[in-house]
Design a protein. Structure first.
Lengths: 226, 226
DNA sequence: TATCAGTCGATACACCGTATCACCCGTGGC
DNA sequence: GCCACGGGTGATACGGTGTATCGACTGATA
């Protein structure tokens, strides 16, 4: 058998070897582009030019893949700052920023126990930054900030999607849901809510997030200095 | 034709006519029993002794069914109390209680815009109870409490499921994940986190939820009385 | 060179949400 | 009283999902 009968095909370069990292990265790219629903094992495998079953040599289940995706994003979430307040604020802002870059994170945050290396490293940064605060306060404070961030980011991304789905900007959104809400409010069933929506401030997403976070940090601060 | 020729068949009573309410109720029962994954249009239809396509005469899509389920649960969430603090606390506790009775609520909360009648009625109760608080504070305060509740409930239910999945009680959970965490902590990569887990308080779910909620309400109170 | 072990992926299964459309039944018109 | 029609119903179908199974091929070893 002659050597040149099996030349290295130049237009089909030898693929990089499969790995957890390549799989997770491909899944993240799919999710970033088309949302979490676009992440199926078949599509991830296809993006890697591989049969679907091949992935099971690297991950046990789809849930594990989702967990790995979350942990991969946590690589970008490294709270820093001087003092507990800056650290907790940094944690919140970094998580929110990550969710802006990867909207699907909002669907996954808080939905599974996260014990991956990057998540733990993020936790380590927070724990280290709480130096001086007594543990009896630090533990519930961290838990509270985490809970707030999960919920706030979830609501924010949900609202963003709703706006995007029905037209583009907030004005069009009001045109879409406005009639329905106007009709509801016109019935007079919800007078206080109507007043609140009508006369209340129309904060943007940034201000809303920070206002809530400030409430929480103020409350924590009051406990610490007590 | 004689009257008794068509008696009411006693063992096959005429089925109640189909309705949104009956569909939603059946779906909630399925979700309560076996989780959200057990809610498929086919199973809901089967529970109602009906073909799957029949449901599309009452709901447009599965997402709409999920929205209706959430709104139905909001019928139980009617915050009451004297003064903004009691009202917000009542909102939080009632939502948490509902999630305890319907764990799937934790998966849905905050994941879709909720404009159903019961959700709006709940919002009305909150808005009405905030009387006296200036709107510039009330709006972000309500948003913050909602965000906190969504995240806190999500984390709590997630943890409860993890415990239930790996044995039964907290001790068994520690035996399941303990070795992994011990090995991680033994590497010394996460000293601060390790200290926090080791020497920190081990609050139960009730205390954790209330501690975070108190932080938030304290912070809101500081703003109101300023 | 022959055998074997192990990896890989094609195929299969059960299930999903939902589009389509033939059928059947009840009703109105003749 | 009979028939044609129209609309609601639900069987069937389609394209997708996660994953179990298992035959075939590959590479290494005796």
């Amino acid at each position: 058998m002659l050597v040149w009968e099996r030349p290295e095909p130049p237009d089909r370069p030898v693929p990089a070897p499969l790995s957890r990292e390549r799989i997770v990265h491909a899944a993240i790219r799919l999710a970033d582009a088309d949302g979490l629903d676009a992440v199926s094992l078949r599509k991830v495998a296809a993006a890697l030019d591989v049969g679907p079953m091949r992935l099971y040599g690297y991950i046990a289940t789809k849930e594990e893949l989702l967990d790995l995706m979350v942990d991969a994003v946590y690589a970008e979430i490294r709270p820093t700052g001087d003092g507990w307040r800056e650290v907790l604020r940094s944690l919140a802002e970094a998580t929110r920023k990550a969710a802006h870059q990867h909207e699907w994170l909002a669907d996954l945050l808080g939905g599974r126990p996260q014990l991956g290396p990057n998540t733990l490293a993020s936790g380590e940064s927070v724990a280290a930054g709480m130096g001086g605060v007594d543990l009896g306060t630090a533990v519930p404070a961290i838990a509270a900030v985490n809970a707030y961030v999960i919920g706030a980011v979830r609501r924010e991304i949900t609202e963003r999607r709703a706006e995007r789905a029905s037209g583009m900007n907030r004005e069009q959104w009001q045109n879409a849901f406005g009639p329905y809400l106007l009709r509801i409010f016109a019935t007079g069933q919800f007078p206080a809510l109507s007043t609140l929506v009508h006369d209340g401030p129309h904060l943007d997403a940034d201000d809303t997030f920070r206002a809530g976070l400030d409430f929480l940090l103020d409350g924590i601060g009051a406990r610490i200095s007590r």
